[in-house]
Design a protein around this ligand. Sequence first.
Ligand code: HGY
Ligand code: MN
Ligand code: MN
Length: 416
Amino acid sequence: MSNRNHHPIIDEARLWRTIEELGSIGMDASGGVTRLSLSSSELQGRAYIKQLMREAGLDVSEDAAGNIIGRLHGERPQEAVVMTGSHIDTVIHAGRFDGALGVLGGIEALRAIKEHGMSHARTLEVVCFTDEEGVRFGVGYLGSRAMAGDWKPEWLSETDAEGITLAEAMKAAGLQPEKVHSAARSGSDIHAYVELHIEQGRVLEHHQLPVGIASALFGHRWLEISLKGQADHAGTTPMPLRHDALSAAAETIMAVERIALEHGGVATVGTLRMVPGAINVIAGEVIFSVDLRHEDASILDAMALKIEQAAFSHKDSRGVSATVRVTDGDEPVTASGMVMEAIEGASGIADVGAMSMVCGAGHDAVAINALTGIGLILIRSREGISHHPAEWSSPEDCAAGAEVLLHTLVALANGQ
Ligand code: HGY
Ligand code: MN
Ligand code: MN
């Protein structure tokens, strides 16, 4: 961390130890971490977070959506709080920093503020949100959306790969899904929200800077496309007579890539399932996901429309029909000027180089933006790799991000 005359308040070694300890929960022999929401490994991670919050001297509570909240009471507890947070659920075979840094860095910042007796008029909260990734049940930001009052009852019947519903998983974790609405907070309760997160991209490394200040976050759409043709014998069915769902899917997937390039957005087909899925049977049905993102809402909608048209285009040419379901989505978000200013000021106090940038990844900040002004502190990712075991940020950059977070929280807690 480049500190000329600034003495860091964050305990870098302690923060790094917690990153390694949490990272070992759900880690497999090849070093990949898998802590799917409300799975046994994530529940183990939650217990670790509660223990850390208690050791930090925070008031620990859990809301009906399973969001774990650590509070450091301020001198004016009746005023709206300043909140930070992130998630500890991961994608499959992930790294150790995505989400974890924001929760652990937030705990470390509140702990250091308390240890150093730094004054903060407003109460400070660090939140470990439930199910940010949406990988297990197909809908993301579950905890932060519940807190924002944006919960949809139908989510409780979404199922995972084993057919377990979200409601069943919540009950098994000791939560009460029927009370999830009580997790909603009012916007007047929260003065500002700022999240610390790894960049998961290459911009900061390219500019050789440790910290990025997000000015905006991409919006996203998640689609589930099902193409239905005719399963048939691989040997006796002449090519012109086939209704091959996989050939139609292949053309659609190439169209997804072309449409993203044409619109300056990003699009990913991350999952694909074929029925019946046998070597000597023509695919009767193919179901695949599309993750679409752009910083402009109207372009995002245009991309989604073009992809739907591509999916429906096989009816006449191949006799393959399509259904397209939008399973999740959020509009692009602009960061709060007040919070960005606080982060810029904090970077100066911490003597850490920072730049403003747009963020392509989604974060709980997107959901909390419905309640209050948000900001995002990003730290450099080695080679931009993320959602992969090789995801890595240095101890110095993690501490620099937490130091900037600490000073941002104090500034917001004492500001107007
Ligand atoms: O998908 C994302 O951008 C985030 O990891 N949830
Ligand atoms: Mn992620
Ligand atoms: Mn994340």
